[in-house]
Write a protein that binds this ligand. Structure first.
Ligand code: ADP
Ligand code: MG
Length: 485
């Protein structure tokens, strides 16, 4: 069946992303100044950051290690012979008049990232990952007559990750950046906080007719600072480019910005193809060389990556793809899952507990896993009590869980002390069953006339008057028996 030819289906969007990730080092790329977010303006700026003449930069080895970690995690080739170049341009928040970067010689080459889209798994090819320093910040809205400059951020280490022009929709871009954020957080190389500017994205977008191989003229949307904005900006831009083309216009190469108030983009400058930055190797910085051993030492230290864990868990524990992917979303949560499955083989129940009650507990109390991990033993015991029908799930998750995290203690002792243990004594349950049936003579009559679905209501009532203590299986059996009399 052929699709009607709408403007959208006639064109293919082509997208390449450039993502800047601020590395989680304590100090800057070429000096010891701190990199803390939110410090008072211009308090983290030594003469090196300010680019005073006569100062000498020195490379932060931790930054190099982080860049290599990210490269290895993405399957990039690691370049052994590296140097930094000066990219010369004038801008008020660039005190040296040049940015130190690795323009033509990225430390990581190639590589790929797998993403999941509604159309299935897709592989996004990377062009490179390189190291560079950040510029300072120009602040335009503090004064009506002046631009303020805060140089705290100047010299902060960044990796820039550049994809091939191989994404084809806003959804793919959304999934890609989500995956990158997850990965940098997992590796601990960047905190991934987009609202603090730790992760920023430029999106290059063009369109071409379906089947066409040549790339169209691109526009670049700068500094997208949330994953939602990346998606909105690309959606808007694809439509705009198609509109221009459909109405006989010509697309010009442009740099644009996203207006988050209207979900639109606007032009900030027309981009010439070849800016002349006069790159040359920085004479103050020695080239740095890596050996196979130094790269392997980093490879050995890499944690198992989320995708590997997800596959492993889905296979060995028969978890659904969704559950396995949720559990490998966040490293702390994944580590907690790993700790629990070392202590108990109720894998599926453990997964459900983490994704359900434990997540809710964390959200409600703004706790972190450090605190919850202190109650590791009691939590395992609690999960097993529910599995053994010693405690009803809702009592366990709504009541006991809180108590054993607040004050690590045996849930069995706690439940016993507070008279919460589930009863599987037939006598006791029979008592509750009789009470419930006596309370609902009309429902009993209906049941006896054939409305068998009412059993659920009776079981619920038994649960209620027993305060969750009646074992539901046993209650059902006893109810059925009594009702058949
Ligand atoms: P620059 O150095 O000007 O930023 P690059 O060649 O490094 O340009 O490309 C930057 C990004 O733009 C890459 O992610 C690349 O895939 C993407 N890109 C380049 N040309 C196009 C195009 N015609 N359409 C969409 N994306 C493109
Ligand atoms: Mg660019």
């Amino acid at each position: 069946m052929t699709q009607p030819s709408t403007p959208l289906s006639k064109y293919e969007a082509v997208i390449g992303l450039e993502i800047h990730a601020q590395l989680a080092t304590k100090s800057k790329l070429f000096c010891g100044d701190a990199t803390d977010f939110g410090a008072a303006p211009n308090t983290q700026i030594s003469p090196i950051t300010m680019g005073h003449p006569g100062t000498l930069p020195k490379t932060n080895e931790q930054a190099i290690e982080y860049a290599i970690m990210m490269g290895l995690a993405c399957g990039c080739a690691i370049e052994k012979n590296n140097y930094f170049a000066r990219k010369n341009y004038f801008y008020p928040d660039l005190p040296k008049g040049y940015q130190i970067s690795q323009h033509t010689t990225p430390i990581c080459v190639g590589g790929e990232i797998k993403i999941n889209t509604s159309a299935g798994e897709k592989i996004i090819s990377l062009n490179r990952i390189h190291l560079e320093e950040d510029a300072g910040k120009s602040i335009h809205d503090l004064s009506e007559t002046a631009t303020m400059i805060d140089l705290n951020r100047a010299g902060t280490p960044l990796i820039e990750l550049v994809t091939e022009p191989c994404l084809h929709s806003a959804e793919e871009a959304y999934e890609f950046v989500t995956e990158i954020r997850k990965l940098v957080r997992w590796l601990g190389v960047c905190d991934g906080n987009m609202e603090e500017g730790s992760l920023r994205c430029d999106a290059n977008i063009s369109i071409r007719l379906q089947g066409e191989k040549k790339l169209g003229t691109r526009v670049e949307i700068k500094n997208l600072n949330s994953i939602r904005n990346i998606k909105k900006a690309i959606e808007f831009e694809i439509e705009r480019l198609i509109q221009i083309t459909e109405t006989g216009g010509t697309i010009i190469q442009q740099t644009r910005s996203f207006d988050a108030n209207n979900d639109t983009t606007f032009s900030i400058r027309v981009k010439e193809d070849a800016n002349d930055y006069r790159y040359f190797p920085d004479p103050d910085l020695a080239p740095f060389h890596l050996t196979d051993k130094s790269i392997d030492d980093i490879r050995i230290k890499l944690p198992l990556l989320p995708n590997a864990l997800k596959k492993q868990w889905a296979n060995s524990f028969k978890l659904s793809d969704y559950d396995a992917s949720q559990l490998s979303e966040n490293k702390d949560e994944a580590s907690f899952f790993i700790a629990l499955i070392k202590l108990s083989t109720h894998y599926k129940a453990i997964a459900n507990w983490i994704l359900g009650p434990i997540r809710s507990y964390m959200n409600e109390t703004h706790s972190n896993y450090e605190k919850v991990t202190l109650a590791l033993g009691p939590i395992v015991e609690l999960i097993e009590m529910v599995e053994k029908n010693q405690l009803n799930f809702s009592v366990a998750s709504n009541k006991v869980l809180k108590e054993i995290i607040a004050k690590p203690q045996s849930p069995f002792t706690y439940a016993e002390h507070h008279n919460l243990l589930q009863s599987n004594s037939s006598d006791e349950i029979e008592n509750w069953v009789s009470k419930v049936l006596a309370m609902h003579p009309d429902k009993v009559a209906e049941y006896k006339k054939g409305k068998k679905g009412l059993i659920g209501l009776f079981v619920g009532e038994v649960k209620k008057i027993s305060q969750g203590k009646a074992d539901p299986k046993l209650s059902t059996q006893l109810l059925e028996k009594k009702l058949a009399e």
